[in-house]
Ligand binder design. Sequence first.
Ligand SMILES: *Cc1c(COP(=O)(O)O)cnc(C)c1O
Length: 452
Amino acid sequence: MQKLKYESPAIQKMNAGLMNKYGSRTEYEPVKQIDGVAVKDLIAQYGSPLFVISERTIRRTYQNAVRAFKTRYPKVQFAWSYKTNYINAVCKVFHQEGSWAEVVSGFEYRKALGNGVPGNKIIFNGPEKTNEELKLAITNDSLIHIDHFEELYQLIDLSDELGKQPRVAIRVNMDTGIYPMWDRFGFNFENGQAWSAIQKIVQSGKLQLTGLHCHIGTFMLSTDAYAIAVKKLGELAMNAKTQLNTQIQYLDLGGGLPSANTLRGAYLPGSDTIPSVDEFAEAISNALFQIGFSSNELPLLILESGRALIDDAGYLLGSVLANKRLSDGRRATIMDFGVNILFTSFWYEHKISPAQDFTHHTEDMVLYGPLCMNIDVVRQSVNLPLLNRGDQVVVHKVGAYNMTQWMQFIQMRPNVVMIDEKGNTHLIREAETLAYIEQMEKMPEHLKHFSL
Ligand SMILES: *Cc1c(COP(=O)(O)O)cnc(C)c1O
């Protein structure tokens, strides 16, 4: 038998806050493989840390969400929210499944075109759209979602210049009972701006008002909020029909459905508290039927769900660099990944599983990342088995927003691999190199040489 390592005893005070009702049981099981591929083989081949994406999980999650809505409402279309994860291989899985593209900048718009999405299946959101970008979108017959009056006038100008009638929608913000209200994007419902924008669009005769859009928040835990949003968009659509003789073709409810992650400070795990996609679909479809459209005039329901469709499919593999005792006796474990690549650790208490067998002795500990920066904390307090240098871990549900919001700070970004449905792994984004990071820099002549 291998001799166990001696660790000196330490007195510590409780830091974990209140116990939850299950006491301090450990929920951790070793996770040694992802979709049948061994974690240790993945790390041996692609290095540590490493993002892993399960193609099978993306497809299953997507198909479940589509089924939840299509069985309740006849006309449904999803549009993949590029900013949630715009690695092209990930986008293409969604497009293969039938998803359109939802983009919030010219850069994302061009990415969607580059991925082969037809222009008329790209939804162009966001507060900043340059003349060039709008011209491209108008020429491609994309669905342009107007954020503010300046953009409305900009579009009227451009439609004159191009001699085309762009297809537009307005983004509407509103009180859905969720506070703080997201009222910085689009036109407000309650103060009449949304209706005023609709009137201006229709009366201009230059733009085709085809849809109404909202995106009421993110990680929404209330299905009622969506029902309220449908009711308010429905009221605008009905008024457009009766007062302006304009038929709204689609209602786009944006994204915002939660993933099963646990928010920081939550009492119970996310998987036990979030409503299911079916519950959201039920609330939304019921509200749609109540607007009063006749069955041959039902608008298309568009959904731009991001995190709910990709979080589960993403894993981050990493390794332990070191352990130490803090001044108050707490155990601290330093990992080779930090907030630079796991941006969502600012919001979530990510579930972390050891990737090898362990003894059942556990301890509350802090998990730090490798950055030389005080805020680099992956988990403030987590009960885990004791991990040793070189041990590997799997962080769960990291598919959303990490591979777009990661920052190149102190460390470079690691490899990203996708495991396909047959269990083959594919490198879909290469780890960065020094040459890659420096390629955009320019050196003024007078700084090229020095001697020390
Ligand atoms: C970010 C965003 C989404 C996706 O949001 P999730 O909360 O991840 O579902 C959808 N639509 C718009 C306009 C967005 O900005």
